[in-house]
Structures are given as C-alpha cells and as structure tokens.
Design a protein around this ligand. Structure first.
Ligand code: FES
Ligand SMILES: [Fe+2]
Length: 367
C-alpha cells in the first residue's frame, strides 16, 4: 500500500542531463523520465501507446520523446504529436503523463490525483538546510537500489539504537541509547530525547554536553577534520535534530562544538534520506550529505564513508525483506523494544494517511 498523494523523488537532476531518458518503476508503475530540449521535465508511462515499446528506449527530439520502434512522438503532457507518414492524429492518442518538478537537485513526481499536485507541502522544506545555506557543501545525487520495502528504511532511520551494533566505527556511540528514553516535548534535554508528533511528521532532538570517548567515533573525526588536526581527543557538545516526514523522508542535522563553548561556530553534518517505493519489495534510496567545513576532498571522503555506512544498513534491510517475503512488512508478528517508540509513531502516521486516502477514494467512487 502506498500513499499516492505525495511528491516522491524520482531521479536526481543530473540523471536527466544530456537528453538521457531514465526508466524507473515508481509505486509499481513503469515510468520514463526525460527533459525536453527547452529544459522542461517530463514523466510518462514507459509504454508506447502503439505497440508498448518502452519509451525509455527512445530519444528526446525537441519537446518530445520519440519511440524507438516506429518513431511516434509524445510531448511532456503525453499527447502524441507525430506519427511518421500520417497527418491525422487522434486527440485521444495519449500516453499517461505525471506531474514532475525539480527542487533541491531532485526530480519529484506526483503519482496521485493530479488536481492535488499543486500542493508542494509534501516536499520536505528542511532540505534547504543542506542546499541553500551559506558555507554548506553538499554531495547530492547519491543513490542505491534496494531490494527492501521503503518502510523498512523508515523504521531503520527512526531507530538509531542499531548504530551501536551495525556502525560501531562511525555513528555508534552512547548518544544512540538516548532513543530508549524518548519522551514527548520540544526542548532539548541533556542525554535525553524529546519528540513532537504532528499530522504528517515527527521531529525529535537529542543533546549531550561534554560527550567524550563514549560518543560516536565519527564526531571526533569530524572535529579533527574541521580543524585540520590529526585527532580530536577533547569532550564535545553534541546536538542532533531529526525530522521525519511522511511518507519516506528523514533528515538529520548534527551540530558539534568544543565542550562548554555554546557560542562557538559548530561543525555541522546534515543528511537527507528519501526512500521512494519501487515495488512492495524494493525501493530507490536517494540521499544527500552536507557539511559546513573542509573542502571538496573532505566532502567526497565523508560522502564515501557515509555511503559505506548506509550499505551496512542495506545489507540488513534486504535480509529482513528476504525473511518477510511476500508478507506485508507491518503485519508480520513482531516484538517491540523501548527504542521503537518513534518508529511506532511514524508507522501510525503513515497508516492513518494511507487509510484516509483509500477511504476518500472509495467515497468518491461511490458518489
Ligand atoms: S511501438 Fe512505439 S511507435 Fe510503434
Ligand atoms: Fe544505520
């Protein structure tokens, strides 16, 4: 079950450069994504109306995509504009098209009711923290195909207690244990985690004054990188703010300062995760990493390290999916631990939104 009325990341902007056509299955539907010569982005069903050849095998010609088989052309609205050797084209000759737009270096697609697509509120706003902040360097366009349902990634990013076991050399430190003491609230508390649940999102934060060697190794590596020194051995003040937005967006914002220096310029690490459903058993995992220090070399090194960390997660998510098989991810009998509070809140929000959408659809059909 998918939430249809939402913008989803379909591709990175770079993927559509130079007339490249991307074939991608999104929410179970085969889509061809392309950019016309004038720069307009387009998404159409990846099957020609003539004999179902995938349009993604064709070419961009002017403002159209041309089918590779018999040369029919379709505009960004899906309308057939040209059939070789034929003057009259039925106005009904049309391949299904989908609204698309470009924001924050990604191409977003709307798979739901088209009249609702003007509402851009389902595109996470805090992405601009990464791509529009002065002094912030970001590495976007990172992408993995994942043989796991997107909700397993939601779960994973809600429950960072796993970092102690899966990422001990990077993100795994004492601060992830604070998740087990999550409590409602909006004020940060030392060595605790507070969270707010909204209609479509959850926001939570954790803080630790004077975090020493018990903290995640990555924070000390970043402090050393930012100061261009061999290693950072002192305590640091750690703040992490996390936002999850339905159906599949999570962003982490981490601020590190030398302990006891609240006015010091923080070393910042931001990342954004989007898990676009491909099928019930697979997802497209897009992510962006940003830092406010170092140079391009520092960023690409950190991005590579981060990629390796996420791959550690993907191994587990794919193994979970293999165990779950064709069952619904959420209906599999399971135990819950203290660290699962946020995860369960997130599942509830998404279930509510999906159910509301289904009910609205069935009422509309009855009318
Ligand atoms: S299959 Fe596309 S033009 Fe024939
Ligand atoms: Fe992880």
């Amino acid at each position: 079950m998918y939430l249809n009325n939402s913008w989803y990341v379909a591709a990175t902007s770079n993927e559509l450069a130079g007339g490249n056509i991307v074939a991608r299955t999104i929410l179970g539907q085969k889509i061809a994504l392309f950019r016309t010569e004038s720069g307009r982005y387009a998404a159409v069903r990846d099957a020609c109306i003539h004999r179902q050849a995938p349009l993604s095998l064709g070419h961009v010609v002017g403002e159209t995509v041309q089918c590779r088989y018999h040369g029919a052309r379709f505009g960004s609205d899906g309308r057939c504009t040209h059939v070789p050797g034929q003057d009259a084209i039925s106005p009904k000759a049309k391949v299904q098209s989908f609204p698309v737009l470009e924001r924050h270096g990604y191409i977003w697609i709307w798979m739901g009711d088209q009249e609702l697509s003007e509402d851009e509120s389902t595109i996470p706003k805090n992405l601009s923290l990464i791509d529009a902040q002065p002094g912030m360097r970001s590495c976007s366009g990172m992408f993995e195909s994942m043989r796991a349902n997107y909700r397993l990634l939601n779960d994973n990013l809600f429950d960072i207690t796993h970092a102690e076991f899966v990422h001990p050399e990077s993100f795994g430190g004492e601060e992830v244990r604070f998740y087990r003491n999550a409590r409602p609230g909006s004020e940060p508390i030392d060595r605790g985690l507070t969270y707010e649940v909204k209609e479509r999102s959850i926001h939570f934060r954790t803080h630790a004054d004077s975090l020493g060697d018990e903290g995640a190794p990555l924070w000390r590596i970043m402090m050393a990188q930012a100061r261009n020194i061999e290693s950072w051995t002192g305590p640091l003040d750690f703040t992490m703010e996390v936002s999850w937005q339905a159906p599949c967006y999570t962003s982490f914002h981490i601020y590190l300062r030398p302990a006891g220096q609240p006015d010091a310029q923080p070393v910042e690490f931001h990342d954004f995760h989007a898990a676009t459903p491909e099928t019930a058993h697979s997802s497209h995992y897009f992510y962006t990493v940003g830092i406010n220090y170092g140079d391009e070399g520092t960023l690409s090194h950190l991005a590579e390290e981060t990629r390796n960390v996420f791959k550690q997660d993907i191994v587990l998510l794919e193994a979970q999916q293999a165990t779950i098989g064709d069952l619904d991810v959420l209906s599999v009998p399971h135990a819950s631990f203290n660290g699962d509070r946020l995860q369960l809140e997130g599942r509830k929000i998404l279930d509510t939104l999906i159910n509301k959408e289904r009910q609205a659809k069935s009422i509309a059909q009855e009318i």
